[in-house]
Design a protein around this ligand. Structure first.
Ligand code: IPE
Ligand code: IPE
Ligand code: MG
Length: 253
């Protein structure tokens, strides 16, 4: 039985939500004496493979770290190339996403994106809104610290306006509702490619109890089988959420 078939049989135990830090496009290209942008282009192909694999497995949520707030500090030419790639990818892939019933959501400080990117993204989100398959969350111009500060500001404003009556009422659930990920379950599994072992300001709040999986491969080389391996690793782990191993074992019975 293939790895994919095996995982499909375990659908009840699969992670509900996988988040991916797609890293290493630039180094993939540079290693071959190519421009960094060639790596980004190859990276789009890897995105297509992984979205397809996620849908085939019946995954509920896939979040992709596509462009961070800190990435705005990159050279202008690289930023422009990335934005153009995004628009082209949306135009080219909308039909396939519709076929696969993928519903696209966007998180991040979207207002900072160029007008044409915002426009294409809005079209894509609207067009795929009623799709019933994989929910694909694109983190764009996203930064976790920005998101947490925004949530704190919105809560403070609601308190000032009397919408939130008591400070004591602000609990984890209320706070989470004010993040850009409101309504999206926390990631069960986070994958980062390229050998870097850090979060780079990604989903700091949401990853409180996420399982991490780091792989040396650069993102353009990431194959469906790598996703299956990551899920297999996840399935072998015991998630204790602060309890003892015995307690978790008992809970399972
Ligand atoms: C990830 O690859 C894509 C983005 C951050 C937009 P990088 O561009 O970070 O590639 P490396 O890490 O420099 O190799
Ligand atoms: C994180 O990768 C952002 C994305 C993958 C979009 P970076 O390559 O920007 O992260 P650092 O700077 O190496 O931590
Ligand atoms: Mg990088």
């Amino acid at each position: 039985m293939g790895a994919q078939e095996e995982l499909k049989k375990m659908s009840g135990r699969l992670p509900r939500h996988i988040a991916v830090i797609m890293d290493g496009n630039g180094r993939w290209a540079q290693k071959r004496g190519l421009e960094r942008v060639v790596g980004h282009k190859k990276g789009v192909d890897a995105v297509k493979r992984i979205v397809e694999a996620g849908g085939e497995l019946g995954l509920e949520y896939l979040t992709l770290y596509t462009f961070s707030i800190e990435n705005w500090t990159r050279p202008k030419e690289e930023i422009n190339a990335l934005m153009e790639l995004m628009v082209n990818a949306i135009v080219r892939e909308t039909a396939a996403l519709m076929d696969q019933q993928v519903k696209v959501l966007v998180i991040g400080n979207i207002v900072d994106l160029p007008e044409n990117v915002k426009c294409k993204l809005k079209e894509l989100v609207t067009k795929t809104a009623n799709n019933k398959g994989l929910k694909l969350v694109l983190a764009l111009s996203y930064g976790a610290r920005w998101e947490i500060i925004e949530a704190a500001k919105r809560i403070a404003q609601k308190y000032k306006e009397g919408i939130i009556k008591e400070i004591e009422n602000v609990n984890e659930g209320v706070f989470a509702e004010h993040l850009t990920t409101a309504g999206i379950p926390d990631p069960d599994l986070l994958i980062r490619t390229s050998g870097e072992c850090r979060l780079s300001n990604f989903l700091l709040w949401q990853c409180a109890y996420t399982e991490f999986y780091f792989i040396d491969k650069f993102w353009p080389d990431f194959e469906k089988d790598d996703l299956y391996l990551a899920i297999h690793s996840f399935l072998k782990r015991e998630r204790r959420f602060g309890k003892t191993g015995e307690q978790v074992g008992k809970d399972k019975k």
